[in-house]
Design a protein around this ligand. Sequence first.
Ligand code: S3P
Length: 180
Amino acid sequence: MNIVLIGFMGSGKTAVGRELASVLKREFLDTDDLIEQETALSINEIFLRYGEKEFRKLEKSIVHRASGRADVVIATGGGAVLDPQNVSALKKNGILVYLSLSPEEVVQRLNNDDSRPLLNKEDKENAVVSLLEKRIPIYESVADLVFDTEGKSIKELAGNIFHELQNMKAIDLHSSGLSG
Ligand code: S3P
């Protein structure tokens, strides 16, 4: 099974995913990084030159390709699971782990960040609140596991996810080299 991190921008999907992959000795894939590698453009440039619709097409093809892999850890972009076909591809062979956080925390974490085109607005706070409000029900409905990220370090979160997956017997400790 793949482990798939989902959730809003700034929730730590990439950092936690990378840590979890290293603990599990699995390969780590980040869909935004793959899109950037494939196009040789930044996410901002893709939105600027081609618009969100084209970005979502690229995202969809990368998500489907990543879903075809086995036993990898995948960090998705915050909008990837808004597409039901992406969700079914990811779920076929993966456990969806939702990293949750409040709008206040998003604003605090991304205050000086200009790498998220959907939040590069004059009123960033308002953009976060309205997007998050629409998305929370979707994240919650597709998630197999939910972890609140607030006040937790990357290592703590990765550890908590690891233990939960272990309890669910969703990971094979022998193949991760962590048995005994
Ligand atoms: C997006 C989230 C971003 C990136 C793009 C769109 C979204 O990824 O895919 O800017 O719609 O929430 P992160 O969640 O990794 O920031």
